[in-house]
Structures are given as structure tokens and as C-alpha cells.
Design a protein around this ligand. Structure first.
Ligand SMILES: Cc1cc2nc3c(=O)[nH]c(=O)nc-3n(C[C@H](O)[C@H](O)[C@H](O)COP(=O)(O)O)c2cc1C
Length: 212
């Protein structure tokens, strides 16, 4: 099929002002539960966008690992490109698209590191193979070959032989994005989608409907 002939009408549901929670976190949880109940595969997948201080953006998928303390948590390597961006520019955005419910959620805010204790607790709850993988990879840095990566893996396996649980590498951890803005988008027929934004104003959230 030609790319320009691909189109799908969104007919799953609608979003009215009266459907909205006053707190966007409650709204997110309500849509999250719907995505899970409808069997969306890996609903915690999202696109995370960061930018350099000069405003050069980059996006990649990451997994949401928690919502706590009014923030969205993900884990990664502090050696990665995203970590380099965040160190110099804390502004970032997250994008969830749950095609099963025809819903998109955009979240913007500022990012900071989670505590070392929280990162260690999460790191050590992961399967041992993932713990080894985190030690092996200097994420986003070039490497000459797959072979070299496998060789590094063998070295790490030897180093931690007999350790059921590995210590967390210093260069690995988590971030929490504290939102200042949300958009909830519900697909509708004829591209006349429903969109509502929540903008933080002090301790309050201001809700507006946007044109599709
Ligand atoms: C579905 C999916 C989930 C992913 N989850 C994570 C994650 O939680 N943390 C992570 O560091 N990378 C994750 N990745 C890999 C990232 O997309 C990316 O390749 C990596 O983090 C390096 O990005 P960077 O060079 O921009 O920092 C995931 C990739 C996919 C496709």
C-alpha cells in the first residue's frame, strides 16, 4: 500500500470537559488503566525527548518505571546522550501513544536524578542479565564490534562471579520528570480530535481545550 493512501479514522471514544479530572496525574492514571485493560502491549513505552542547551532535540523510546512524588520515573545510563543533554538542559518531554484506545498523552517538564538509594533498589530488582548489561554498556559511546561488547560482557561476568545481585554502577541510574504541562488527546473521526491541556500555575492546573 502507498504511504500516502494509508489512513485510519479514530472512533474509539470521545473526551469532554466533564470527563476530565482536576488533577492531570489522576487523568493519566485513568487513561493508563484503560490502556492496560484494553490489552495495549507495553503501555509504559514512551518517547522521551531531550535537547542540548542550543536547542538541538533528540528523541528515543524509554520505559516508564514509576509515577511518584508528582513525577514520571525512567532509568538509563548516565553516560548516554540523553544524560548529557539533561545535565546541561533539564527541559524534556515524554510522549505516550496508546493506539488501542486511540489516545496520546504529551508531558513536558524538568528532569532531575532520582536518589542513589532509589536507583540501587530498582537496579537490584532487575534480572541479573540486565544488571550485567548495564555494567557492560557505556551507552551511546561507539564500540568497534559486537565481539568487543561480548568480550566486555565476559569480563563483567567474571568480575561478579558468585554475586547473585550486582552493585549498581555509578554511571547508571534514574531520572524523574516533574511536569509543568500535559496534553490529553483523544482521536476522533474526520481529524476533529479532542484535545485538553493542563498548564501548571503555582499549585493549580489550568485546563484548556485546544483545536485539533
Ligand atoms: C521499547 C523501548 C524501550 C526502551 N527503554 C529504554 C529505557 O528504559 N532506558 C534506556 O536507557 N534505553 C531504553 N531503550 C533504548 C533507547 O531507545 C536508546 O537507544 C538508548 O537509551 C540510548 O539513547 P541515547 O543515545 O539518546 O541516550 C528502549 C528502546 C525501546 C525501543
Amino acid at each position: 500500500m502507498r504511504i500516502d493512501e494509508m489512513r485510519k479514522d479514530y472512533e474509539h471514544s470521545s473526551l469532554e470537559r466533564s470527563d476530565l479530572s482536576s488533577d492531570p496525574f489522576d487523568m493519566f492514571m485513568s487513561w493508563w488503566k484503560d490502556a492496560v485493560a484494553q490489552g495495549h502491549p507495553e503501555p509504559n513505552m514512551m518517547s522521551l525527548s531531550t535537547a542540548t542547551p542550543e536547542g538541538k532535540p533528540s528523541s528515543r523510546m524509554v520505559l516508564l518505571k514509576g509515577i511518584e512524588d508528582h513525577g514520571f520515573v525512567f532509568y538509563t545510563s548516565y553516560l548516554s546522550r540523553k544524560a548529557r543533554d539533561i545535565a546541561l538542559n533539564p527541559h524534556a518531554s515524554m510522549l505516550f501513544f496508546w493506539f488501542i484506545t486511540e489516545r496520546q498523552v504529551r508531558i513536558e517538564g524538568t528532569v532531575s536524578k532520582v536518589s542513589e538509594e532509589a536507583a540501587t533498589a530498582y537496579f537490584q530488582s532487575r534480572p541479573r542479565g540486565s544488571q550485567i548489561g548495564a555494567w557492560v554498556s557505556h551507552q551511546s559511546h561507539p564500540i568497534a564490534s559486537r565481539q568487543e561488547l561480548e568480550h566486555k560482557k565476559q569480563e563483567i561476568e567474571k568480575r561478579f562471579e558468585g554475586h547473585e545481585v550486582l552493585p549498581k554502577p555509578e554511571f547508571w541510574g534514574g531520572y524523574i520528570l516533574k511536569p509543568t504541562w500535559f496534553e490529553f488527546w483523544q482521536g476522533r473521526p474526520n481529524r476533529l480530535h479532542d484535545r485538553f491541556t493542563y498548564t501548571r500555575n503555582g499549585r493549580k492546573w489550568v485546563i484548556e481545550r485546544l483545536q485539533p
